[in-house]
Design a protein around this ligand. Sequence first.
Ligand SMILES: Cc1ncc(COP(=O)(O)O)c(C=O)c1O
Length: 417
Amino acid sequence: MTDLSMAKKSGTAAFDVEAIRRDFPILDQQINGKPLVYLDNGASSQKPIAVLDAMDRYYREMHSNVHRGAHTLGDRATSAFEGAREKVRAFLNADSTREIIWTRGTTEAINVVANGLAGRLKPGDEILVSHMEHHANIVPWQMVAERTGAKVVPIQITPQGELDPDSFNSLLGDRTRVLALTHVSNVLGTVNPIAPLIEQAKAHGVITVIDGAQAVPHFQPDVQALGCDFYVFSSHKLFGPTGVGVLYGKAQLLEEMPPFQGGGEMIERVSFERTTWNVLPYKFEAGTPPVAEAIGLGAAIDYLGNLDRNGMEASENALLTRANELVESVPGMEIIGTASQKVPVMSFKIAGLHPSDIGTLLDQQGIAIRTGHHCAMPLMDFYGVPGTARASFAFYNTLEEVEQLFTALQKIQRLFA
Ligand SMILES: Cc1ncc(COP(=O)(O)O)c(C=O)c1O
């Protein structure tokens, strides 16, 4: 087989990164006199024109509040907004749009769930999280544990940055009520084998909550195949706008949970004697929702749906492979997180250099990465570092950009380490 036919078979030939980059106008600019190399996608990814246009069209042609208009604009806005919910449902393969709740993002979604499950928790109960969680999947559970007397217990990880199966097996038990686990680590890039863990947890009657914030930009989860009870993510990491996110929850559990906030939209009937709740999903959507943002997220999902997903995955894997090959070219560079299953996220340190200096010096060369604790302080403690530098790639990044990153790191190491 020729190289080209092999490439076609794997889908890489069909995945034209240069053409895709033209859909992202922000990428075409100079920063500090150099072409922008945007490698901070784990923090927030860039938006294609299709998303910008969808939101612009909404404001120009149909802006109005949703669900209450006795007029045409209200109907148009409602139908675009509810259409976006259906797109999210299809993206996750949820059973019904009743199970798709708009939130402000992953953080708020986890808070909704933690608050909603508080009534089921009592002293001595345990909430399993992992040592690689983002603070968004630790702190809400600590807050609810404080209220209920339950305990947050971390599953240990291996030095490579994988969940330790022995730790998981020994901790999952009669006291476990909730398993709150990240699908993909924002620091390590580890893809956790959540399907068998969910299955094991369910066999113990444990409620499963999956933080999909770093998973959805790289692959499409199927919540019914996974069998999880809750799955959450943020639009802004999925090439959609800020200010909106998604809580998927099994309808029965959502029915049983109390609402998170009170106000308009989430009620059925209000009187001073007794107020009753609206049906799903509105019971969890108090106040005017993020209409333009939800529509923008719907457009991002449509955009992704038109990409060759196999080609995208192959292209992202090629970025990570090239980055791993180049590590040796920078003396003193060490990767943190070497799991066998990873998305293209590379946390690293360089001997003699502080991560924040690496970030500043790269920025001077037009290269955007993230440095610091990445909202994962327990993980930083595990590795005994105050922070790391992190390059996180998206499907619109190129092999040339990976090489530019390493050329810049070599220069920095020579001059400053
Ligand atoms: C794994 C993970 N969970 C949760 C969050 C929080 O997301 P947001 O700030 O959009 O609520 C992030 C953001 O970096 C994340 O990476």
